[in-house]
Design a protein around this ligand. Structure first.
Ligand code: CP
Length: 308
């Protein structure tokens, strides 16, 4: 059984294979309409369940379109409309779904829910985001960087802001693929130490730098995300904004990075909060390539999981 639960638990060679395959599939489709199927239809006859316990635009649509391009079919399910939201166990849900579908993608709150789904499913399970990690997003980000700038190995990535679930997956990727990652943000919003230590144990240089201007010196890529994540209480909004304002990605910050540094944001964004419009729509920004690459990266993830 090949699940895709985390960047850290997927072998570096497999991550590399997924990225290479994603790029090849993207190139093979160049110029086609979005609804046109791929030449090969590796998911022909396959059914994929897409379960969402949290809102989504990109993940929902990119998985759905990706499955269809590869010849498969999807059912998009809301956790609250399933018995899952009314007391049925994750284990029973996993075993039942495995009798109907060939692949499960789930966006959920707790990592334990994802793990239980994977433990009890007899089909592959893909992590579509938990409160702790977002590996599909990072596969798209790595694909986007490499399309624009070549291999990520040895490059410097700076995460500015909240050390959230997307940041955690970036740190895991640094450990797996050998690039440097600098986190800059307030100490209260540091990424979990366990992610930092694990990446360092794999040989990655992971740096915590409180001064954002110092942090971005020599950066090949600057990344940020919303200051209040889906799982954060809205009551924390004002405090977080006050803490994170110095870490806004604006033209001054980008000017302190390498002249050809890229800017990424997984979206959705709160424009002119974590990043200014001038940066989001400016010459460094690749945010819409990044969003498109969710589609190509996840198609390769699904093929990896299904071995097709
Ligand atoms: N970046 C991302 O996961 O977007 P959605 O929440 O819209 O799926």
């Amino acid at each position: 059984m090949t699940h895709f639960l985390d960047i850290a638990t997927t072998e570096p060679a497999d991550l590399r294979g997924i990225l290479d395959n994603a790029l090849a599939m993207k190139r093979a489709r160049a110029g086609r309409s979005k609804g046109a199927p791929d030449d090969d239809r590796p998911l022909d006859g396959r059914m994929v369940a897409l379960i969402f316990e949290k809102p989504s635009t990109r993940t929902r649509i990119s998985f759905d379109v990706g499955v269809r391009q590869m010849g498969g079919e999807t059912m998009v399910l809301s956790g609250k409309d399933m018995q899952l939201g009314h007391g049925e166990t994750i284990a029973d849900t996993a075993r039942v779904l495995s009798r109907y579908v060939d692949l499960i993608m789930i966006r959920t709150f707790e990592e334990a829910t994802l793990q239980e789904m994977a433990d009890y499913a007899s089909v592959p399970v893909i992590n579509g985001l938990t409160n702790r990690t977002h590996p599909c997003q990072i596969m798209a980000d790595l694909l986007t960087f490499e399309e624009h700038r070549g291999p990520i190995a040895g490059r410097k990535v700076v995460w500015s802001g909240d050390g959230n679930n997307v940041c955690a997956s970036f740190i895991q990727a640094a450990g797996q693929l050998g690039f440097d990652l600098t986190f800059t943000g307030p100490a209260t919003l540091d990424p979990e130490a366990v992610f930092v230590e694990a990446a360092r144990a794999k040989g990655a240089t992971v740096t915590i730098e409180r001064d954002p201007l110092k942090a971005v010196e020599g950066a090949d890529l600057v990344v940020t995300d919303t200051w209040v994540s889906m799982h954060d209480p809205q009551s924390a909004r004002e405090r977080r904004h006050n803490q994170l304002r110095p870490y806004q990605v604006n033209e001054r910050l980008m000017a302190a990075a390498k002249p050809d540094a890229l800017f990424m944001h997984c979206l959705p964004a709160h424009r002119n909060e974590e990043a200014t419009n001038a940066v989001m729509d400016g010459p460094h920004s690749v945010i819409f390539d990044e969003a498109e690459n969710r589609l190509h990266a996840q198609k390769a993830v699904m093929r990896y999981c299904l071995g097709v």
